[in-house]
Write a protein that binds this ligand. Structure first.
Ligand code: NCD
Length: 303
């Protein structure tokens, strides 16, 4: 593995190896000097709370130096100017570039043009992929239910615009999930994505929830749609909001995930987000160890 751009080319063994390593970091603590002398640069062209902070912490906890660039407020710099940025940063000798961008494929473009020796990690590109989120969601689910083949999983919300949904579907399918329901109003449900047997698309949230073991809720990606496409929040909540009453339709031990940021009262009720079945803060904690595992995999010198 030289870069981490999507989960498409990771098989089940490779995903489990990363998750096992993350789990060891969680239970045994971090080898503080594993990445000593390495430099990780975080380059975010879109806002982020969890993802960037956890990459920074992950780098630091393994002893790497971290440099953080916040470009989310700068005017769009694309194409040539982005390459110029890359080459400028490379001249400072970096080992990993963690990049978030609003355009699909931008991390892959940078990986193509990066010097050998620079690992590019996709921290979310447009609606395309968010591989470390897919991994941390898989780890969170696995901690309670390692039997992926027996799980009924529901992903509900703005799937059309969600890179998280795409990486989650990929991770879960690779790990053996055979019953996956993608649920959204028609405008937020993409044609593609139901790409394996047992993956169904539905607009009926109550029906989708019946017997679910895991439900992953998604934020409406307002920034990726026209204002006119944004639904009325109360109406959306009435049909697609996860309330305690709705959650009762799922299995009694159903785990509730959400990548954050959450919009309380729209896609998820506060009572559920803060309730006993919520794994939302576990996801955040797992995000740090998963990103440590990815950095270790890409940057650690063989022992
Ligand atoms: C997600 C993202 O940026 O894709 N957030 C995250 O990384 N935790 C989902 C979102 O913004 O809704």
């Amino acid at each position: 593995m030289r870069h981490l751009l999507t989960l498409e080319n990771l098989d089940r063994a490779a995903i489990n190896r990363l998750l096992d390593r993350a789990e060891r970091f969680r239970s045994e603590g971090a080898p503080r000097h594993l990445l000593a002398g390495r430099t990780v640069l975080t380059l975010f062209f879109e806002p982020s709370t969890r993802t960037r902070t956890s990459f920074v912490l992950a780098a630091k906890r393994l002893g790497a130096d971290n440099v953080n660039f916040d470009l989310s407020r700068s005017s769009a710099s694309k194409g040539e100017s982005l390459l110029d940025t890359l080459h400028t940063l490379e001249a400072m000798h970096l080992d990993a570039l963690v990049v978030r961008h609003n355009e699909n494929g931008m991390p892959a473009y940078l990986a193509e043009h990066a010097n050998t020796g620079v690992a590019v990690i996709n921290a979310g590109d447009g609606t395309h992929a968010h591989p470390t989120q897919g991994l941390l969601d898989a780890l969170t689910i696995r901690q309670r239910r390692p039997d992926f083949a027996n799980l009924r999983v529901v992903i509900c919300g703005d799937i059309r615009h969600s890179r998280v949904a795409r990486s989650d579907v990929r991770a879960l399918a690779t790990l053996g999930v055979r019953d996956l329901r993608l649920c959204a109003p028609r405008a937020m449900l993409p044609e593609s994505l139901a790409d394996f047997p047992g993956c169904e698309r539905t607009e009926d949230f109550d029906a989708a929830l019946a017997g679910a073991d895991v439900v992953i809720m998604l934020r409406i990606q307002k920034e990726r749609m026209l204002d006119a496409q944004f639904p009325d929040p109360a109406d959306y909540h009435a049909h697609y909001g996860l309330t305690a009453g709705r959650l009762a339709l799922a299995a009694g031990d159903c785990q509730v995930l959400h990548p954050g940021p959450i919009n309380r009262g729209i896609e998820i009720a506060a009572e559920v987000a803060d309730g006993p079945q919520s794994r939302i803060l576990d996801q955040v904690a797992n995000g740090v160890v998963v990103r440590m595992a990815v950095l270790a995999e890409l940057l650690a010198k063989p022992a």
